[in-house]
Ligand binder design. Structure first.
Ligand SMILES: [Zn+2]
Length: 595
């Protein structure tokens, strides 16, 4: 099979210029695309009858990540960090070597595509999602330079589960894999290093690799690749094996649930900052649950028995923002017949949460800055100021730094607020939270709507795990609430059909079941051609209008006919009508209920 690959022959930024002034020959920059996985994933075979999983000719095993986390914990505690790191690095190295042999075997025609099979196999095996920054491969000259970003590293998750946040990069096995893979591929020792790691609080991991002799000081990392280095590593490690902090698993106050490393990292930050009076700024997309995190911060703080006042700055008309926040004196403006305390005064002793702070107008920003600096407020129309003791917690889904540059947000206020920024990752970057959240919302809405829903079917959970949630946790919550309402109250679990919104709203996920029985998750509502009144459709419309049949009834008849014609095969009937299987199943059931 020939792999077609876009080759971008631009010189990469920061490329070294040799001392003799000649330019380095241009080498292709590569993009990976998910469609390129097909030849690799076709070699993955599950044979449950034999108790075997095969990746081409290599027997594989499916392991629980939590089991790997336990192993990691035991290794570190019994052997020390350095020795454990050495073992895991070499284990990854061995696996990388095997995959390089596979890559060279199945992508013979194109060495560049063959090399990129490595990152793809790494992703296929569930280890990590890889983004290629730069990949230069020249087998003839032996030149190699690789730079990749790792997203959602499983090893970071395992490390988090065992030890929490780390001071050093933690993707030991994966770095071993990258080094082993590339060394076998290039036929010479290549060393990869992790220059950024999500395990230390970075947004993602970043690795850089080149031939060992091109690194200034490769030894500190090469020692982990030496099979006989174990004894020396145990010695070297000595008392430092306790250096890694063990995560304390104190539960978060009710309402906040999650299981991912991203979620745990945010919780750890909250626990750290909660007892202080520091201003906290929550950053993240709409719907990630910033208010829930703010409430949690409040309930973990010494102010927990004092008020928590939340206010959405975007929801208040601009001319009322100051009155709402700082209060109003009688007669300040027409209609202000009585003095009224603002939210700051009501939050006295406690916490005020200012959501969507980026929407505050400049006048209100000035007053807010004064509260933060002077700890006092001045009501609208008032002549004197009052002292308030309020912890300010704010949130935004816009880039405040850019708003400052555009002159829409005061720079001094930005720095006052940005004391302790906490980034909450979107749900698609912490999918391990989805099952926990589903269970949580299922309980909440079954109770609220008096429904008996026993759980979620496997295929519905598959779908929920696969969806990208542009609306984040809030969208998942809405999907589950709607599904609980749609689900028949007979103790049956939620199924795919219940997740489909009959209204077809913007955020409604679209999904179907392919011929192979696997769920497909397409962003497109349907592949049906756009409606047309030309040709045969015109005749159909004429006939329909003269039949005086209600539209609903016609739809039911068409669906019924399609189901009959396909011999009851809903997937096939769905294809006839340009619907997904789930959409068809929903309408078919709805039609049957109405009949
Ligand atoms: Zn990492």
């Amino acid at each position: 099979m020939t792999i077609k690959k876009p080759l971008n022959l631009t010189r990469w930024e920061g490329a070294p210029v040799p001392a003799d002034g000649t330019m380095v020959p241009l080498l292709p920059q590569l993009e990976t695309s998910p469609s390129d996985f097909a030849d690799l994933s076709a070699r993955l075979r599950f044979c449950p009858k034999d108790g075997r999983i095969w990746l081409d000719d290599q027997r594989m095993v499916l392991l629980h990540l939590s089991a790997l986390a336990s192993l990691r914990h035991e290794l570190v505690n019994s052997l020390g960090t350095a020795a454990a790191r050495g073992l895991l690095t070499r284990m990854g190295y061995a696996s990388g070597c095997k995959d390089a042999q596979l890559a060279k075997r199945i992508r013979v025609s194109d060495p560049v595509a063959a090399f990129l099979a490595g990152p793809q196999l790494h992703a296929l095996e569930g280890i990590v999602s890889v983004e290629t920054v730069r990949a230069e491969v020249d087998l003839e000259s032996g030149h190699h330079y690789g730079e990749f970003i790792w997203h959602s590293s499983s090893e970071v998750d395992a490390h988090f589960a065992a030890f929490g946040m780390s001071a050093e990069p933690v993707c030991w096995m994966q770095i071993g894999y990258a080094s082993g893979y590339t060394s076998v591929f290039m036929g010479q020792p290549i060393l990869y290093r992790e220059v950024e790691c999500r395990g230390t609080g970075s947004h993602h991991c970043r690795i850089i690799g080149k031939p060992v002799q091109e690194w200034d000081d490769p030894n500190p990392d090469m020692i982990y690749l030496q099979p006989d280095g174990l004894a020396s590593l145990v010695m070297r490690d000595g008392a430092s094996s306790q250096a890694l902090p063990v995560a304390d698993d104190k539960a978060m106050p009710s309402g906040l649930v999650g299981a991912s490393s991203g979620f745990s990292a945010v919780c750890q930050l909250l626990k750290k900052v909660a007892p202080t009076n520091a201003t906290v700024l929550f950053l993240g997309e709409t719907g990630v649950g910033k208010e829930m995190f703010a409430r949690t911060l409040h309930s973990l703080s010494k102010r927990c028995d004092k008020p928590f006042i939340a206010i959405n700055c975007a929801a208040i008309p601009e001319n009322l923002v100051e009155a709402e926040l700082f209060g109003v004196e009688r007669g300040a403006f027409t209609g202000a017949v009585q003095s009224r305390p603002g939210r700051f005064e009501r939050a006295h002793g406690g916490t005020i949460f200012l959501d969507e702070i980026g929407t505050l107008n400049l006048a209100a920003q000035g007053k807010l800055l004064r509260v933060l600096q002077e700890r006092e407020i001045e009501p609208v129309g008032g002549t004197s100021s009052r002292c308030v003791d309020v912890r300010v917690v704010a949130a935004t889904n816009v880039n405040l730094r850019q708003a400052v540059q555009r002159g829409e947000f005061r720079e001094d206020l930005f720095y006052r607020l940005n004391v302790f920024p906490v980034h909450i990752p979107p749900l698609r970057e912490r999918r391990e939270d989805i099952p926990v959240l589903v269970r949580h919302f299922l309980g909440k809405y079954s109770l609220r709507h008096g429904q008996t829903v026993t759980g979620v079917t496997d295929r519905a959970l598959d779908y929920l795990l696969d969806y990208d949630y542009p609306g984040n946790v809030r969208e998942l919550e809405n999907i589950i609430e709607r599904a609980v309402i749609l689900c028949p109250d007979d103790g049956a679990p939620l199924d795919v059909a219940h997740l489909f919104s009959p209204g077809g709203e913007v955020n409604t996920p679209f999904f179907g079941i392919g011929q192979d029985g696997f769920l497909t998750n397409s962003r497109e509502p349907s592949s049906a051609p756009p409606p047309t009144t030309s040709g045969s459709a015109g005749g159909v419309i004429e006939q329909f209008l003269s039949s005086e049949l209600p539209l609903d009834a016609l739809e039911n008849l068409i669906i019924q006919a399609a189901v009959e014609r396909s011999g009851g095969n809903l997937a096939e009937a769905a294809r006839m009508l340009g619907l997904t299987r789930a959409q068809l199943a929903y309408r078919h059931r709805k039609g049957a209920n109405e009949a």
